[in-house]
Design a protein around this ligand. Structure first.
Ligand SMILES: Nc1ncnc2c1ncn2[C@@H]1O[C@H](COP(=O)(O)OP(=O)(O)OP(=O)(O)O)[C@@H](O)[C@H]1O
Length: 835
């Protein structure tokens, strides 16, 4: 967009030529004035192309020479110049001395006056050149430099007329010389002899005596001078006319220029008006723009406010929408949850139905299993009969063995006798050597008898080895038939009369090798009012009477300890009511734990000869209120680390994290460990027993053996468990903390029964994790492990009820045995005796 300032600049540029034109007259006037003496010819020649010629004249020089002030250094704008008053002849030059001389000083009167005064002026004529020079006119026309004079055509090069005339009147004596002398060839030569006269003043006039003056000659001279003067005058007139013509032309030019200037002024005024109009328009536009700007700002503010309102409205709507969506989401979530619950209920009902069906199916399967069990029981009975046969065979073989042993002994005796006899015979041989024939016969006889005896002994030995091998095979078979869970019963002796009366308990006869115990139960009142006491028979793998010592007990379990050394997991635990002798059996100085460790030491020592190296590590923990405690950690409860059970399913081994383990490399360490465990064991007094263990203690013996020759490795664990008292809650009259202990103990014992039962049933799921104890003994109960339970019985009448409960529990465990002898032997029916 072109701005108003740009348009104004363009207008000014457009006006510049006019401005130049306006200045031309000034230049021209100065030039014309200065060049006036040049002649009209020159001016007239240039009239037709006056502007071109004038433009070629150096303006600055002309202005300076003419005395006209140079144009302002700063060029005035059209508007400035338009405002100036019009001065038509302001640029015209002032009249020069030359023009004044030409128009006013040359007249007839003046010439007469000049003639009259010529004498008077003689003396002063010589001073004229100095006076002339004193006027300031340059003596450029000096005759000494005629060439420069002729060349000079500028106004200042022409000598002043006054300078020309004076010497001619004041120095008449020089006239003849002047006249006689040839005139210099100048540009003025065509105009008359004035040039000659002008030269005269420069020549010094010769002095003549006053009486020698020739008047005629002088008159002639004057006439001649007059003619010269006349010619000069006529020339001057011509010059004047030319000058007037030039002036007239200049005036015309000025008029023309004035007209042009007028036009320009008018145009300038128009332009000024236009500019004013434009300025007004510009101001109006500026105002309009300002108003529009304000309007726009106002509109912008309005828009901004509206936008803010809209944003707030949108935010409010967004919030409402968000709340609405959240509400919908909640509702949908609730509906979905309701739906899920309904589905879940349906699924539950469906699952319950399926469970019901499964139970029914399971019942059917159970019946099938029972049938198969009966079948197996039949098979077992057959096996049992076979076993009986084998037993009878075994006893027969044992009898044979004994007979053979007797034979061997007899033969050994015979052998000894024969040896003695041999010696006697040797003596006889020596004696009879003299009688050779008789002697040699008796010698051969004796030798034959000796060979016969040795042959009999060798046969007997071979038969013995064969029978021993058979016996071992039969024993192993017997062990397998007995099953992996065995139950033995031990009744402790009464400690004194202070304990009260003893219960009526019948023990098996040692000769019959029976494993049955009969307990006369509590008094019961029949429906007829009779009071009866039932005899309750219980059969186990072995029953130990009160008279049996720990040594005999250990003989029975030593094979299991050997199994632990052979890489089996073995668990031997004592079950029974408080005070029934569990701790005595397990941890007393000659109890199972010390005996087992001692046996293991002996065995390990013997096995070293067969390249077996064993390491034995022991740890002792207790389960108290379903919490596992380290009995070898003597630190306070707060600083004790929590024990964690970890099972290795591959190795079938159990590890207790954070549990202290002692390397049992000597028998002393075992005793020390047992003492420490006994001190740390949770012991509390109950009404049932003043010193009663309220926790299950587990002695864990890890046995790792390696054979350097065969590269065999075996890893077995022997767990010796002393269970807490199994007395019933009501009987123990426990309260508070003790009651909680009792509940915990009963629960874990019940869980133990469940695990054994599940194992006996061969159930796919064994609830080991239902209690800490069974969880800890997971790999020592069932499976390939060997388990032995001692049910400990108190002989006291006061404990009869708990005794019967314990025996029933043990029977339940015993009944889960596979291959138990109980199935072959008929169970002895309960016999009741009238009291
Ligand atoms: N066979 C035994 N011969 C001699 N004394 C025994 C025998 N068995 C147990 N005793 C004694 O009977 C008492 C109670 O035995 P023990 O402490 O072993 O019972 P417990 O079943 O371990 O009791 P708790 O469950 O309270 O620990 C002890 O004084 C113990 O010496």
């Amino acid at each position: 967009m072109r701005t108003l300032a740009m348009e104004s600049s363009e207008n000014r540029n457009a006006l510049n030529p006019a401005s130049t034109k306006l200045r031309l007259p000034t230049t021209y006037a100065a030039t014309a004035t200065a060049t006036a003496p040049t002649g009209l010819k020159e001016i007239s020649d240039s009239q037709s192309n006056a502007r071109a010629q004038m433009s070629s004249i150096p303006t600055k020089r002309a202005a300076n020479d003419s005395g006209v002030a140079p144009p302002d250094a700063k060029r005035k704008t059209l508007a400035e110049r338009a405002g100036e008053p019009i001065q038509p002849k302001s640029h015209l030059p002032a009249p020069t001395p030359t023009s004044a001389f030409l128009t006013g000083t040359i007249s007839g009167a003046s010439i007469v006056q000049l003639a009259n005064a010529r004498n008077a002026n003689k003396t002063t004529a010589t001073a004229l050149p100095r006076a002339s020079s004193a006027t300031g006119h340059r003596p450029t026309y000096s005759s000494t430099n005629p060439s420069s004079f002729t060349k000079s055509l500028g106004p200042s090069s022409r000598p002043p007329v006054t300078g020309l005339r004076q010497p001619s009147f004041n120095q008449p004596t020089n006239r003849s010389r002047s006249i006689s002398k040839p005139r210099p060839a100048t540009s003025m030569s065509g105009h008359g002899p004035s040039r000659d006269v002008s030269v005269a003043p420069s020549q010094p006039a010769p002095t003549q005596p006053p009486n020698g003056i020739d008047v005629d000659e002088r008159l002639n001279e004057v006439d001649a001078e007059w003619k010269v003067m006349k010619e000069a005058f006529s020339i001057s007139l011509q010059d004047k006319k030319a000058m007037e013509t030039a002036v007239q032309m200049a005036k015309n030019q000025v008029d023309t220029l004035e007209a042009e200037r007028q036009k320009l002024n008018e145009r300038n005024e128009l332009l000024q008006k236009e500019m004013d109009a434009l300025r007004q328009q510009f101001q109006q536009l500026t105002l309009t723009l300002e108003r529009q700007k304000m309007d726009h700002e106002y509109q912008l503010q309005n828009k901004s406010r509206e936008h803010e309102h809209e944003v707030q409205e949108l935010q409010r709507k967004l919030k409402q929408e968000s709340e609405r969506l959240q509400r919908i989401n909640r509702e949908e979530k609730d509906a979905f949850e309701r739906q899920c619950r309904a589905d879940l209920e349906g699924e539950k009902a469906k699952a319950a139905k399926e469970v019901q069906d499964l139970r029914l199916k399971l019942g059917a399967e159970q019946q099938d299993i029972n049938k198969s069990l009966l079948e197996k029981e039949r098979e077992l009975r057959q096996l049992q009969s076979q076993l009986d046969d084998l037993r009878s065979e075994l006893s027969q073989e044992q009898k044979n063995k004994r007979a053979l042993q007797e034979q061997i002994n007899e033969m050994a005796t015979t052998n000894g006798k024969l040896e003695a006899r041999n010696q006697g015979l040797r003596a006889q041989i020596d004696f009879l050597e003299s009688d050779s024939k008789q002697q040699s016969d008796s010698f051969a006889q004796m030798e034959a008898r000796l060979r016969e005896a040795l042959e009999i002994a060798e046969n007997a030995k071979q038969k013995l080895i064969k029978e021993e091998t058979e016996r071992r095979i039969l024993f192993n078979k017997y062990q397998e038939l007995k099953g992996n869970i065995r139950v033995m019963c031990r009744v402790r002796p009464a400690l004194g009369k202070s304990e009260g009366s003893e219960a009526k308990i019948m023990f098996p006869d040692a000769k019959t090798s029976s494993a049955q115990i009969e307990v006369t139960g509590l008094e019961e009142k029949s429906s007829f009012g009779n009071i009866n006491r039932k005899v309750l028979p219980f059969e186990f793998d072995r029953v130990f009477a009160p008279s049996v010592h720990n040594e005999e007990i250990f003989d029975e379990i030593s094979q299991l300890v050997q199994s632990a050394l052979d890489g089996y997991n073995v668990c031997i635990f004592c079950y029974g009511q408080t005070g029934s002798g569990k701790t005595y059996t397990m941890s007393s100085p000659d109890g199972m734990i010390p005996r087992a460790t001692h046996m293991i030491y002996d065995t390990i020592t013997k096995l070293r000869e067969k390249s077996w190296t064993y390491t034995m590590e022991g740890s002792f923990v207790e389960v108290y209120n379903e919490e596992l405690n380290d009995l070898l950690d003597g630190s306070s409860n707060n600083s004790k680390k929590k024990l964690e059970i970890r099972h290795d399913d591959v190795r079938k081994q159990t590890t207790v994290l954070n549990c202290k383990t002692v390397a049992l490399d000597s028998a002393d360490k075992v005793e020390m460990m047992l003492k420490q465990a006994q001190n740390n064991r949770s012991v509390a007094a109950t009404k049932a027993n003043e010193r009663s263990s309220r926790s299950h203690s587990v002695f864990i013996l890890k046995l790792v053996g390696e054979n350097s020759v065969t590269n065999e490795r075996c890893e077995g664990t022997l767990n010796l468990v002393d269970l807490a008292g199994s007395e019933r809650l009501k009987h123990s009259q426990a309260e508070g903390e003790r009651m909680r202990e009792t509940q915990s103990i009963n629960k874990s014992l019940a869980c133990l029964g469940d695990v054994i039962e599940a194992l006996g049933r061969g159930s796919s799921h064994v609830p080991y994790r239902n209690s800490k104890l069974t969880h800890l003994l997971q790999y020592s109960l069932g499976g390939n492990s060997k388990t032995l339970m001692f049910v400990m019985v108190s002989p006291l009448e006061a404990h009869l009820k708990e005794t019967i409960t314990s025996l029933r529990f043990a029977t339940k465990v015993h009944n889960t045995h596979i291959g138990t002898a109980k199935s072959t032997k008929k169970a002895i029916k309960d016999r009741s005796s009238e009291s």
